[in-house]
Each structure stands twice: as C-alpha cells, then as structure tokens.
Design a protein around this ligand. Sequence first.
Ligand code: WTA
Length: 662
Amino acid sequence: MDDRNGWGRNRPEPTGPTLDPPESFVEQANVTDTSDDQPLGEQFERDWPDCWERAADLLTWDESYDTVLDDEDAPFYEWFTDGKLNAAYNCVDRHLEAGRKNHAAIRWEGKQGERETYTYQDLSVAVNEFAAALRDLGVEADDVVTIYLPMIPELPIAMLACARIGAPHSVVFAGLSADALATRLDAADSEYLVTCDGYYRRGDAFNQKSKADNARLSVDQDVETVVVDRLGDELPHVLGDGESDYHELREAFAGASVEPVSRDAEDMLFLMYTSGTTGDPKGVVHSTGGYLAQVAWTARSVLDIRPEDTYWCAADIGWITGHSYIVYGPLALGTTTVMYEGTPDYPDRDRLWEIIDRNAVDIFYTAPTAVRAFMKWGESYPDSHDLSSLRLLGTVGEPISPGPWRWYHDHIGNGECPVVDTWWQTETGAILISTLPGVDEMKPGAAGPPLPGIDVAVVDEDGNAVDPGQTGYLTIPRPWPAMVRTLYDGDDRFRAEYWDRFSDPDVGVWRYFSGDTAAVDEDGYITMLGRVDDVINVASTRLSTMEIEGAIADVDGVAEAAVVGRSGQQGGTEIYAYVSAASDRDPGETLRETILERVETAIGPIATPEAVVFTPELPKTRSGKIMRRLLEDIANDEELGDTSALRNPEIVGEIQSERNRS
Ligand code: WTA
C-alpha cells in the first residue's frame, strides 16, 4: 500500500487527564453498567452475534427474522435474515400509534431566521403525500431516487417518502457541483431527482436549479425532476419538460395515504457516494434492517437520546452523519431532532448557542472543526446564552485533540456533560468506537474503546496486532449490522477496497480495513491518527485527493498535479496542491485561478485548495511514482524523510523555496 498520507509522522499525542462521567449524568443514562460485575462489553461478548438482537428489538418488524447473522457468503454478510420492516414506518407511523402524534419530530431553523416545527403527525402527512406523488411519477420499489437538497425539511421528507415505497435514495450534498451530481446520477443510473430552485448562502440567494439542470443535460438518461420552491420570488424559475413542483404535487395528493412497503432486512435503504481510493466516488450500499437497528441502538446508547429530548446534530444530511444521526437514528427513537440550515457564524458567532438556548437542546453533536472555530472565537459567545439544558456533547468526523476537547467540555458543557468522541465512517453506517457516556471514563484525545458487540484490531503490515501505544492499521475483524453491504459499482471493488488487504479467505479470515491508522492504549482506548489512503478529512468533510488531482489535471496548461493534506494550526487539515505546468505555459496567477475554478466546478467549493504550489516537476521514484509523503512533509514544513529513492532529488529544494514564496 502506498501510504499516501504518511502515517509515519503520526504518533499518538498523550491524552488529556482522564475524567469520570458526571454522577448526575450516570444516574439518568440510557445505558449503565448495573446488571452484574461484568463490564458491558464482556456481557455482549458472551453472546455475540446474538447480542445484536437488542438493537433489532428497538425496531418494529413486520415479520421477525430467522437468523441474526448469516456469514455463509463473507464478506457479503447478511443481518436479521428474512426479517421484514419499513424504515419510514419505524421513523414515523409507529410514533403516531404510540399516541405521540403531536410530539415535535423536526424543529427546523432556517437561514433567514425562519422556524418550522413538524410534529410526527405533520411529518406523516408530508411523507405520505410525497410518497404518493413519487409513485405517480413512476417511482417503483428499488428505483434509485437522487436527492439534491440543502438543509430544508423537504430533504428528510423526501428520504422518508422513498423509504416508504422501498425506493433507495441517493442524497448528494447540496454544495457539490453540477459535475459531481452528474457523476452520481450516472453511476447510480438514477432516473429521478428531487432538488430546489435555490437557497440562501450567507443571506444571498444562490441558484441550485441551474446546477441540477446542467447535470441533467450531461447524463444519458431522462431524469424526472421535482423542484422544491425554497426562494419564491427571490429567484423565479420556470419548470420545463419532466419537471414538477413539489408543493403542487403535495396539493394534488393532499390527504393521500400510502401503505409502507414491507422490505427485506437486507434490501437497500439508501446509497451514499463517498470518496474512495480512486477518483471515482464509491456508491456505499446500506441495508434496511441492520442499518436502522444499529443507528437506533447507538443513538440510544452513545448519544443517550430519549423521546422527550430535543436533540441536535449540527451536520448536513448530505453526508452520512446526517443520515444516521439527524434522520434515521433520532426519528426511529421518536425524539425531536433539530435541523439547522445555516452556518455557525451567521448572522453572528453566537447563532448555535442562541438556538440551543431557545430550544432547550439536551444533546449536541458536532464536528471537531466546528469546536476549533468556537474556541478561536472565544467563550464570550457561548457565555452570553443559557446552555444549562445540555446533558451530553459529541463529536465526529476527525480526531479531536485534548485542547479543543477540554474547551468544549468546559465552555459548552459547563464541565457537567460527558463528551463522546465517536469514530465511524460512511461505510460503517453507525458509530463503532466511542465511550458509553454513562459507563466509561473519558480520555480526551482518544475516541474510546470499541462499543459492545464491536471488535477492533490495530495491526501491522502483516496483520499482527501491534503493541499498546504503537501505530497500526485500524481493522474490524467481525461484521456489524450497519456495515456497508457492497459498492453499487460492483462487488469486486467492494472486496478490493475493504477486504483484500487484511483478509485470508483460504482460512476463512475476513477483516474489514478502514483506511485509518490508530493506536490502542493499555486500557483498550483507541486514538485515531488519520487516513493512509487517498482520503483526506478537511473541515470534517471527507474528500479524495485523487478526485481533486483529477480535476486539476483537466485544466488546460497543467501537466501534472499532486494533492496532499497539510495540518492546520489547531488541528484539522488543509488542501495543498502541487502543480507542474505544461512546458508552454506560464505558471502564474491566471493558471492558479483557473485551477481553483476548475476544482469548484468539478467537485464544489469545499474542495478548493488552500495553496497551489507550482513546480517544474513533481518528485518521483525511479519507478515513476509521485512521492506524496515527501510533498506532505514539505507542505507541513517538516524534516524530510529519505529522498534517496528519488529520480529527481534536485527538485526538492526548488519545491521548498517555491512553497516558502507562496
Ligand atoms: C474520520 C464520517 C478520528 C476517519 C462519520 C474516518 C474520525 C473518516 C472520527 C470517515 C473520530 C470520523 N476520530 N477520525 N471520532 N470520526 N473520522 O465517511 O478518518 O465522512 O475514516 O464518515 O472520518 O469519514 P466519513
């Protein structure tokens, strides 16, 4: 494996002083260790995989399953085989039947200060009407419906409407470009799209439909499209052929009721494209039963969600965090989930604290990149609000170092809320590594032990467990219910991406490789150290260096490009691009700007490099491989590793001085 992100540099930092979960929290926690002397993990261990029945028990099944785990055809595992259920029924209808129809399901906070509350009854009406409309447009079970919406209530409504009729959704983050949408429509062969006219970005109307239009023009299939009118007169639009208006459809199907389609536990609930080790995004396939069971279980045990809570995960539903922990997990538990359309600093830097204060939010889950920003802005913003409703804090997306962890704990949680640092991935579907907030002590800087029912092994190149404190590859030797089932692009790629590296099929050993490096301490706590593949986590968003390189290489005048991550000041990663221009091109400002524009067009503004460093050539090994590790060292201003394998060692000095100039 080409250690593109140079794990050699990453050594575990010492964790901060250990903290016990606060007594007041433990007393009320959903999961505590009271049954006997055994730590909870060991209780689970005794009856693995049947322990996962406890997760399945959180759901309402149309038909119960026969087998908890079927591992006959590993690594194509099946969970809760022959069970039948509907995800939308579990997230909506059953709460009405339980007499909770007037309970708030979604509290939406719009960018312009708008507020809307959807009770479970309101949600049910919306989901049924839109499900009827989708059917009328021709959507059948197993048709992939692509959803390209910002953080407006119609996004979860559309997802649940799809789930109701058994049509897998493929949500594409609204900030991605037309090209990125087209790639995803094409890869999923999707003939249905739900999008909107536009949305507000920092107060300005921004046109989303034109991106959707361009994407539709560049795919082969006809794409039947539903447009949500978000902006009204602010951004007038006309509907063309194959386009319908969301609100008119809702009206046409007012009061409709659609029987939830009973799905096999293994049927695909959704597809989520994510960055992989090649330029093409991977279509991660998630199941209905195993996925929903485990997200509900972790939402309950790790995020400590109860129906009467107001819970807020400040992520975007366009990524996996929002799927699992804004939509499916919280709604399966029947709680109130807050949905925020805006950014943390608009209109001012106290926006999130104002929302927590006003809604009396109990649980807050965000990304380390956000915590670092809050810390930089200073405590006067949270201090000006009453945050005493908070009971638990969480983070996800990248490592959180002890400093920001402490700040979050002290200034947002007032020292009274446990902080859970949750490790998981698009592919894992649900949280796999975290402390249980009512059970485990916390070690700032370490995510925690594997959750009950989860097995993690940190191994060396040969797959042997490394000693405590040593860095290794994070692998998962046993399957788990919410795991990726395959890649939409094919089973071969699924095996190649996750299984081939550390499995030994001849002796029946299958081990999932996460792409992350980690270290385990004497207590089994895992510190995450970053990716070893072409994935970089920028502002807690997962991007592919290869995809960015591909976009840059497309620019006329660029000969070659290499993209690496550079550590930001307070943690976090920035995108650093090295580019060699074609011999007849002047590597100047114009080319730099064209490159930045091209990345924005190909992927979206989130992928725009922080720096573009021009170099006459990229450093290469004698076999012609770009030495990304070296480029990363240069970007990070670190001492350079061994350069003896380079074919063109003289280039290193030139790149360094160019870097210092830029
Ligand atoms: C990283 C997001 C350290 C990791 C749910 C992983 C983390 C990638 C943590 C997945 C954490 C996520 N500590 N690193 N608590 N959580 N990561 O697919 O590198 O967008 O492989 O899923 O984010 O990103 P993805």
